[in-house]
Design a protein around this ligand. Sequence first.
Ligand code: HEC
Ligand code: HEC
Length: 407
Amino acid sequence: MKNIFRLSCTTLAIVWVAGLYSVGRTTSGPAEAPAGFDTGTNGFVDQPTLDQDRATFEERDDVAKGLGPVYNAQSCAECHGNPVTGGISQVVELRAGHFNGTVFVNPPGGSLINDRATDAAIQERVPAGNEVRTFRTSLNTLGDGFVEAIDDATLIAIASSQPSFMRGRAIHVPVLEMPGAMRVGRFGWKSQQASLLSFASDAYLNEQGITNQFNLAENTSLGRFVGFGSGFDPVPDTAPFGEDADGDIFLFAEFMRSTKVPPRDTALAATPAAQAGSQLFDAIGCSTCHVRTIVTAPAGTTINGGAFVVPPALGDTVIHPFGDFLLHNVGTGDGIVQNGGQSTRNEMRTPPLWGLRTRDRLMHDGQSLTRTDAILRHGGQAIGSTLQFLFVSSTQRNQLLAFLDSL
Ligand code: HEC
Ligand code: HEC
């Protein structure tokens, strides 16, 4: 017993010294990601290219371009725009389904209930018998190129480092642009996508009703075919590009890969209250899931099943997402199953808290209107943190909130 203990102390010491060494390395260590709520490029593409890509992300599509026939909004920026294009918004989506006692069952056509239709006759509404219902708030996409550039192994190592009763789950999801390839999911409230090109393809179909290279089948209206030939949709979904003849999905992905990460409010972060709150955030276990610092894969690493090579602008970079991108059961699960299988029904992704100060409706459903409410809703794997939040003094709670205000 004693020998084992001594051995692990030695190991710890080596790790500690190695850690000191890497902290001390100032010349060749990974760089901090460029941060800013501005329209400047992170260096992945040049500024004029980013400006063009942003214009595509902001472009409003109409019926002639393939909009709908069932859809949610006319442009990416309609739901991703606060405080600048690519950020969040108050727009929510509606999902529904049925739990039959054993498994979650989609309504005809899938759990997403599109809020708009180009013809009133095909408007989707939650069908009877679908008692599982939830809203999903829009998420920030700024800085997501860095998130995409995180190695699978890094996310799996974060899960392994978490105590078993708080351990997050990495799920492997399909990479649409590389048929057969799987990668650790990290985007969306259920970590349902791993690649920004896959997410762009999925969003173009599901948010705007525009078929594209990796999603050629038009959405139904609750199972009823409303695509080309039905009389509701004038644009054919012919391979290889469907309704996306211009290849906009590639420009959406390029836009998101070129944006800077959400910046801290440095003046607020420097206040003694926020600094004390920052320490408390670690001390009461928030940062076990809302992970402070992650380093992206080295430039040159092949990701997304071989479809993308991490460029110098996104590789070897330090980010502070305050999230682990893993699925957890914190007692708030919405009962919907997407890419993770039935066991993920009541799990949600730890959302990154970078840019939190731009959000006024919190949690996946937007139903928590203050930070304190959001924290108090954490049960399950986060119950230990929540209890500690309740047990600290009100001064300390305010310090934690001051810290959150700086994110
Ligand atoms: C109607 C509003 C709406 C529109 C339009 C929309 N989105 Fe979203 N977006 C959302 C919502 C809501 C989520 C969270 C979805 C979820 O996980 O349930 C999201 C999530 C995302 C994410 C994941 C971000 C992350 O870090 O996890 C990406 C990437 C994204 N959207 C890209 C796009 C692109 C590209 C377009 C345009 C083709 C688009 N979105 C159009 C509402 C919208
Ligand atoms: C066991 C992992 C875990 C721990 C510990 C944890 N969280 Fe969370 N946090 C989550 C998950 C998962 C969600 C998303 C839940 C949902 O939307 O239903 C979340 C959501 C949030 C949100 C809402 C973010 C948004 O954009 O809507 C805030 C704020 C937050 N957590 C702060 C905290 C604070 C502060 C602590 C410590 C007191 C904490 N969390 C501890 C996993 C955790």
